[in-house]
Write a protein that binds this ligand. Structure first.
Ligand code: PLP
Length: 386
């Protein structure tokens, strides 16, 4: 029987992360290092602002692009934190998570058969979102010895006449890598040379631990060709609120708004009021959470290396991406056996792309006690299996 489904949809695969969560959910006593979200509850003042908005009856649609006051605050925020200049009038859009910002940015610029170069291992949504437009995701392989980062030469080797954009994620999910200013300069020169758009997923921008974060959009001549994707999920511990934003040159931002107004109308009003409070009075909390992640990163990565899982140094986000190659197991085997034998849930690296084979992703956004217990279990597992 012919399928009713669109060819583009048939082409994409369900996210490989879910299978492990479904398995872990059936077991007792599992320590999960699997989920990519903060273990903090959203700050009380942020929750209260949302409750107040409901009490005051602000329950209608907002402007399609988001509350003007929120866009103004985002404009001030990206300027003071990252040196970016975006107008609330026509260069910012409030979205349903960074996920939707990514989706509409890609749909706004990619025509069928146009290529988007994506260094991998990478966030699971990128490839599928490009494929859903009829575009072609082109992977660039990265390696641990180069910090899982693609260089301008790597991009140069992948570029063709059909290349429309490159998609970079810094700090990275799943590897925690952060591109330096120098590396971004070189990538920026490459993008300008080939007249490409840069989709910059900066959802973890607040979470860098060793060096200051640089946005590629802040480099000379880059604002006009960059779409910055960001949001509140990670730094403000607001994953369930579903609130993100994008900053882009007005032509692209207006195209994104066209899609957004038909597909979504606007982001949830009560979440927008919460985010407004987060930006006005929540930066101290962001800093506190960041300090706590840094402590956990130091402990977790150091111990991983000690127990024999060699791990490149993750400078940002809240993920460690250690190699499990010494065990001789595949990523899937390792993750499954670790879950079944020691009840520790991690994500096999191959779900983030072929370069992730031989690695696992561990989120250290969980308590120090849980991390220590997970490490004891992992050490025991390694003794048993190697
Ligand atoms: N981009 C990256 C790199 C992510 O890791 C995630 C979530 O895990 C997202 C985007 C989506 O974030 P949001 O919750 O804002 O949709």
């Amino acid at each position: 029987m012919t399928s009713y489904l669109s060819d583009y949809v048939q082409q994409i695969k369900p996210s490989g992360i879910r299978r492990f969560f479904d398995l872990a959910a059936t077991m007792e006593g599992v320590i999960s290092l699997g989920v990519g979200e903060p273990d903090f509850v959203t700050a009380w003042n942020v929750r209260e602002a949302s409750i107040l908005s409901l009490e005051q009856g602000y329950t209608s649609y907002t402007a399609n692009a988001g509350l003007y006051s929120l866009r103004e605050e985002i404009s001030r925020y990206v300027s003071s934190r990252f040196g970016l200049t975006y107008s609330p009038d026509d260069e910012l859009i409030v979205t349903v998570g960074a996920s939707q910002a990514l989706d509409i940015a890609i749909r706004a610029i990619v025509n069928p058969s146009e290529e988007v170069i994506i260094p991998e291992p990478c966030f699971v949504a990128y490839e599928s979102l490009v494929s859903l437009t009829g575009g072609v995701p082109v992977h660039v392989h990265t390696t641990a010895d180069k910090g899982f980062k693609a260089t301008a030469e790597d991009f140069e080797a992948a570029v063709t006449e059909k290349t429309k954009a490159i998609l970079i994620c810094s700090p990275s999910n799943p590897t925690g890598s952060v591109y330096s200013k120098k590396e971004l300069h070189e990538i920026a020169e490459f993008a300008k040379k080939h007249d490409l758009i840069v989709l910059a997923d900066e959802i973890y921008a607040e979470l860098t631990y060793d060096e200051e974060f640089t946005s590629i959009a802040a480099l000379p001549g880059m604002k006009e060709r960059t779409v910055v994707i960001s949001g509140f999920s990670k730094a403000f511990a607001m994953t369930g609120w579903r609130l993100g934003f994008a900053a882009a040159p007005s032509e692209i931002r207006n195209a994104m708004l066209k899609i957004h107004q038909y597909a979504m109308m606007c982001a949830p009003a009560m979440a927008q009021y919460a985010a407004l409070e987060g930006l006005k009075n929540g930066i101290e909390d962001v800093e506190k959470m960041k300090k706590s992640y840094r402590r956990r990163r130091n402990l977790f990565v150091e111990t991983l290396n000690e127990i024999g899982l060699s791990c490149h140094h993750p400078s940002g986000a809240f993920y460690a991406f250690p190699s499990i190659k010494s065990t001789g197991m595949s990523s899937e085997q390792f993750a499954e056996e670790l879950l079944l034998q020691e009840k520790v849930a991690v994500v096999p690296g191959n779900v983030f792309g072929p370069s992730g084979e031989g690695y696992i992703r561990c989120s250290y956004a969980t308590s120090i006690e849980q991390l220590q217990e997970a490490l004891v279990r992992m050490k025991r597992f390694l003794h048993k299996t190697t």
